[in-house]
Design a protein around this ligand. Structure first.
Ligand SMILES: [Cu+2]
Length: 154
């Protein structure tokens, strides 16, 4: 094979990789998540009305919890998104799927490996979403995120 056809083959291969990545639907972090991994709210339930502070219990199946910074296969730590758009639909769009999850009152990190929290919330409606992050606080590929639930605080 001469040099020209060799680079044409490499170019075609790169194009195929790019097409596969876009067929995947979205950006994603570099840490793989196993098929069927799921994060969900054990409590509260979607639509529930509660008093503050609200006890929030994180459920995870198909993966394990490890503290931030620990590099162990098929693990991550919980993040709780409060009153922000669903992961991937915020101001940075799909870039949220392969970036560090911010750390602020709307993006709570549980980097010690916690699986529940008591959350102070003002009266009114609030949305909550759980997102698993890898050792560097980046969502997995594919992202492991719960449905967004809405609760009302009295
Ligand atoms: Cu984190």
């Amino acid at each position: 094979m001469n040099a020209i056809s060799r680079s044409a083959v490499a170019g075609a291969a790169a194009l195929m990789v790019a097409m596969l990545a876009s067929a995947n639907g979205a950006n994603a972090g570099e840490t793989p998540a196993p098929d069927g991994a799921k994060v969900y709210f054990v409590a509260p339930q979607d639509g529930e009305t509660l008093k503050s502070p609200v006890r929030i219990v994180f459920g995870l199946s198909g993966m394990g919890v490890a503290p931030a910074g620990v590099d162990a296969e098929n693990t991550g730590h919980h993040h709780l998104l409060v009153d922000v758009p669903p992961l991937g639909e915020g101001p940075d769009g799909a870039d949220e799927l392969d970036a560090n999850i911010p750390s602020d009152e709307h993006h709570r990190h549980f980097g010690k490996g916690q699986t529940e929290t008591m959350l102070e919330l003002a009266p009114g409606k609030h949305t909550l979403q759980l997102v698993l992050g890898d050792k560097d606080h980046i969502p997995h590929a594919p992202p492991v995120a719960s449905q967004v639930i809405t609760i009302t605080v009295e």
